[in-house]
Design a protein around this ligand. Structure first.
Ligand code: PMP
Length: 427
């Protein structure tokens, strides 16, 4: 990545280009574009890769392994044949993996709510009976994690992200003395939005660090475990095993889903953890539900066949996505490389590119883009409460629009970044 820009770095020559940039921006506006890089949704072309699911399991096909009639109630843990496939991919024992509904976000929300209402194994009391509950939020991070905390009254403290995951020393220092810290969010593989991968060393530190709270949990949101964009396929650290080895078997709660493998709205979500946490989760689940959608589980198991089937399927996604990501990074490089106005990630997987612009200009860039017909994720979205203290980070999501639109949009975004930097330099 480019070095992180500072306001001063860009000041001298950009100011002189202000008039040119204003003309360039006016020309951009005159094109009357309507483009959208806001959310990490799969494109229709990607969804088409899984269209065979719509004909599965097929009329008359409803019996799963062991004779289970998938149409009926029951089977709270999810269909074993599907759990086996994802246990292999996620590196967890199948008995410690649950297959559930269509959204891992729901499983995360339920986990936090259950912890607030009942406590987790090792809690002295329900989290809601504590004077304060705090989660550590590495930034930039995923806005929906922060929204869960905000809605449920959980205080958020931030630590910086590094290319190897959350700044583990900063996390360790916080959890060591503050018993109100009950949780840490992390997206270990191809993080949202920065594409970082938690290294084995960071994972070991996080699962073994002493914590003032006896019931501290890491929300290990492995949403992009198999979502590679290059041949360099990152392998997530096996946090659940590492935590057990470190003598903290209940520290890690893993979440994942097929939302960006099959259908974002009709996939299957997974929860994995220690035996104690899985039975804790299942005990409450048993009150909430008589069983998950096993017909959906069956059709997913038939569609993939095995873990290699998932890997082969992900290579088809990669063929569609990789050119869009290269368009983003190559346009940023050709328009902004060496200008000192932006630093960006070049991820090996996941759904996002994270851009740091001149401090104080991110919201201006987003406004300029909007007024030129290019919708970007709101500035600040990657921080708790939507507030980026430096007004610097922008998350780009290039998966949804066709390649040509990604190219046009990114060229426009580059113009907006330059113009905002030039304005700041001359202000
Ligand atoms: N976690 C992360 C890090 C994500 O980026 C997303 C999707 N944007 C989700 C979870 C949501 O996953 P699901 O569809 O399984 O709720």
């Amino acid at each position: 990545p480019e070095p992180v820009p500072t306001a001063a770095a860009s000041a001298p020559d950009l100011g002189a280009r202000l008039d040119d940039l204003r003309r360039e921006y006016a020309a951009l506006q005159a094109r009357g574009l309507s483009l959208d890089l806001t959310r990490g949704k799969p494109s229709a072309e990607q969804l088409d890769l899984s269209d065979a699911l719509l004909a599965l399991p097929g009329e008359g096909v409803h019996t799963a392994e062991g004779g289970t009639d998938t149409r009926n109630y029951g089977g709270l843990a999810g269909l074993p044949e599907l759990r086996r496939i994802f246990a292999e991919l996620l590196g967890v024992p199948v008995e410690q993996l649950l297959a559930q509904g269509n959204a891992s976000l729901t499983l995360m929300y339920d986990t936090v709510v259950q912890a607030l209402l009942f406590g987790v194994p090792g809690s002295e009391r329900p989290w809601s009976r504590e004077e304060q509950v705090t989660f550590i939020c590495p930034v930039p991070g995923y806005d929906r994690h922060f929204a869960v905390c905000e809605e449920l009254g959980i205080r958020m403290v931030t630590v910086p992200m590094t290319p190897d995951g959350p700044d583990a020393e900063a996390v360790a220092a916080l959890v060591a003395d503050d018993p109100s810290i009950k949780g840490l969010w992390t997206v270990p593989t191809y993080g949202n939005p920065d594409g970082s991968v938690v290294s084995e060393a960071v994972a070991r530190r996080l699962v073994s660090m002493p914590t003032a709270a006896p019931d501290f949990r890491i929300f290990w949101d492995n949403a992009y475990a198999v979502h590679h964009l290059t041949e360099h396929e990152a392998k997530s650290a096996n946090a659940i095993d590492l935590a057990a080895e470190a003598g903290n078997p209940d520290r890690v709660l893993m979440f994942a889903s097929t939302s960006k493998i099959t259908f974002a709205g009709s996939g299957v979500a997974f929860f994995a953890s220690s035996p104690a946490n899985v039975s804790w989760f299942t005990k409450h689940l048993a009150i909430r539900s008589i069983g998950p959608d096993k017909v959906n589980h069956l059709r997913h198991a038939m569609f993939f066949g095995d873990a290699d089937g998932v890997r082969a399927h992900m290579r088809k996604h990669r063929e569609i996505l990789a050119p869009k990501f290269s368009a983003v990074t190559s346009i940023l490089e050709s328009r902004l490389g060496g200008a000192g106005v932006a630093a960006w990630t070049d991820p090996d997987g996941g759904y996002f590119v994270s851009v740091d612009v001149v401090p104080g200009t991110a919201s201006r860039v987003v406004t300029l883009a909007k007024e030129a017909g290019i919708a970007l994720t709101p500035a600040g979205a990657t921080f708790p409460y939507g507030r980026d203290p430096q007004d610097r980070n922008i998350r780009l999501a290039p998966s949804m629009p066709p390649l040509e639109e990604v190219q046009v949009a990114m060229d426009g975004v580059a113009t907006c970044i330059l113009l905002a930097a030039a304005e700041a330099a001359t202000a």
